[in-house]
Write a protein that binds this ligand. Sequence first.
Ligand SMILES: [Cu+2]
Length: 236
Amino acid sequence: MSKKHVVLAGAVMLAASAVALAGPAGGTVSGKVTYEGTPAKMKPIDMSKEPSCQKMYTTPPTVETVVTGSGNSLQDVVVYISAGAPDDAAPSTAAVFTQKGCRYIPHILAFQVNQEIKIVNEDQTSHNIHPLPKVNREWNKSQPPGTPPISEKYDKAEFIPVKCNVHPWMHGNFAVLKNSHYAITGDGGAFSLGNLPPGKYTVTAWQESYGDQSQEVTISGSETKTVNFVFKAKPY
Ligand SMILES: [Cu+2]
């Protein structure tokens, strides 16, 4: 790289950090989701009825109803602002839900009301995706291998269990949310919800088997507030 280029790169970086500093002011709610007690052991999935999927695994994958990590952390928990934030317009990018190895990836797909979702089949077998909403419109669609993605959207906020009418072990969830302030915990159970203008918020954590918990938090400026959630594990 020439000297001129190095100087230019530095100027671009300075400009970028100036933009970051001038970005939307707001607070952040961050924390960790953990469990206490002993969670039920997740069973291995028997895919022998679908050899094209079974052969994709050296050891059978386990059920994902409760996914734990180091330090009693809980993964796949949806943490979101359930009250206090205005509804946001849906982003123009689609959220993608992939059927691969006769499983749903990700296990929980979070997206906004009226946001497009694309359902992809990467397997060599047909799936029949069947989400089970209570307040939204119910549908189920067959998707043979090599066919284009299925496009759908939901017009009401809801947590929706998803199953496959062909493979009874396939199970996932849609989290249809009203605003963009949400996160799904990964390995370690941490989450962070940013860009929150001053105000009083209800932060809710949802786990598909353990239910949900809420806490109130007040943001006054650009501070970071810590909110932790602890779920009681179900031993069954
Ligand atoms: Cu299937």
